[in-house]
Design a protein around this ligand. Structure first.
Ligand code: FAD
Length: 416
């Protein structure tokens, strides 16, 4: 079924009896050409591009829970490409370009809204840093604008720019950046992949790998053994536990990150805004809630909920930036498990086991990467060569010293 304005009118006039399930619920086949472990945004996008762009078939996505139940449905929905290093920037700009055509590509409303991301700056040093980053972005084909204090105030008149501790001197704006509805991205990829014949198997947990003579022959699951010519792991926060079942120890730690939503307010934030004197990012959803987050909870965990000291810390940052926010009531908060790599950048690579591939280490920035990650991983799985924008995302870069340390914070995952 193709979705269109005409279809909505037709269904409205006929009692909405024509809508069909968005994807099938098939039984597992004994064997596939490609098994993708993890039905998050990245796994579903990988399956979609394998079928659509690389012409592959006999593909299954194995998800231990339900589609959209992982980080893809838990994030703060920010999409941007304001990176600086060569290893990262072309990849994230490629991703943003895929986002720009995603709704037409998938025939699905993922609510992509290019409302701009503004990073506030609070010191001369930070202005120099932002000028450098903005120039790197422009040189790589991305968009960036340096705003002075007045231009920031024109957009956000309620900001306390003369705050004695954190004066706002201006900001770096990426106008093409913005937000997309997180779980709609998972549903859109799932529906489009299913239409191309991909089997999406929910409630199907991978419990082990069959490895014979150095080659992966398939996976043991809660729904029985499933054979595969190639297996691609794509399980975000569960990366270290899943790959441990193949005998691998990854340069990844799992940490909790929390997100928060206030009650619905009248339109107040025209775009995404971040606080440069700490780590705080905020946007307003179409329903009016302010959606925001900040740092990790700071300890290793696989829990999808965080702790109160971090809640307090996030609220302090929020109010330092927007004093008016102390009048808003917090409606909900939740947590997700982040796959934190040692340098803050991801991994899309083959493993030492033939037929077994790994995608992970997305830290808290993997939502914006969803289209490019799926495309690059599908490229790797189909051709056994890395995509041109993902050549630096090697698994062994921590051994060879080729870190992609975007923030210059070294190998401490909780700092990235
Ligand atoms: C609070 C929060 C805010 C964030 N904000 C942003 C943001 O603003 N912008 C941004 O770019 N990124 C953000 N992120 C990060 C982003 O959400 C993740 O990096 C990204 O979603 C991870 O990829 P995924 O969608 O494939 O992960 P997931 O949706 O977590 O998919 C992995 C899937 O693997 C499944 N799985 C695990 N183990 C197994 C197994 N053994 N067998 C089968 N399936 C298994 C899980 O159930 C899960 O569904 C945020 C994350 C959080 C938690």
């Amino acid at each position: 079924m193709r979705y269109s304005g005409f279809q909505i009118i037709k269904e409205a006039l006929t009692g909405h009896r024509g809508w069909r399930p968005q994807w099938r619920d098939p039984d597992p086949q004994p064997e596939y050409d490609y098994v993708i472990i993890g039905g998050g945004g990245h796994g579903l996008a990988t399956a979609y591009y394998l079928a659509r762009t690389f012409g592959q078939s006999r593909i299954a996505v194995l998800e231990k829970g339900w589609i959209g139940g992982g980080n893809v449905g838990r994030n703060t929905t920010i999409v941007r490409s304001n990176y600086m290093l060569d290893g990262n920037l072309p990849f994230y700009e490629f991703s943003l370009r895929l986002w720009e055509g995603l709704e037409q590509e998938l025939n699905y409303n993922v609510m992509m809204s290019q409302r701009g991301v503004l990073n506030l700056m609070h010191s001369d040093t930070q202005r120099d840093d932002y000028i450098r980053r903005g120039n790197a972005m422009i040189l790589n084909g991305a968009d960036a604008e340096l705003l002075d204090q007045k231009q920031v105030l024109d957009r956000y008149p309620f900001l306390n720019v003369n705050n004695a501790r954190f004066p706002v001197m201006g900001g770096l704006l990426q106008p093409r950046a913005g937000t997309a509805r997180h779980d709609a991205v998972a549903w859109g990829y799932a529906r489009a992949a299913d239409a191309l014949g991909v089997d999406i198997l929910q409630n199907c947990e991978v419990t082990g790998f069959r490895i014979e003579n150095g080659r992966c022959r398939g996976v043991d699951t809660s729904r029985g053994f499933i054979g595969a010519k190639k297996v691609g792991a794509c399980v975000a926060g569960a990366s270290s536990t899943v790959m441990a079942r193949a005998g691998m120890r990854l340069p990844i730690e799992s940490h909790v990150l929390q997100a928060f939503v206030t009650e619905g307010l009248k339109p107040v934030l025209p775009g995404v805004i971040t606080f440069g004197a700490g780590h705080f990012y905020c946007s307003q959803s179409d329903k009016g809630g302010l959606v925001f987050g900040a740092n990790l909870d700071g300890y290793n965990s696989y829990a999808q909920r965080g702790n109160l000291p971090t809640v307090e810390d996030v609220m302090e940052e929020a109010i330092a930036m927007f004093p008016m926010l102390c009048r808003a009531r917090l409606l909900r908060s939740w947590g997700g498990v982040m796959d934190m790599s040692m340098d803050g950048s991801p991994i899309i690579d083959r493993t030492d086991i033939d037929g077994l591939y790994f995608n992970g280490g997305w830290c808290y920035g993997g939502f914006k990467a969803t289209p490019a990650s799926g495309f690059a991983y599908a490229h790797l799985l189909a051709t056994d060569t890395p995509h041109e924008t993902a050549t630096a995302f090697r698994l062994n870069r921590f051994e060879t010293g080729h870190m992609i340390d975007e923030k210059g914070e070294g190998n401490q995952p909780n700092l990235h």
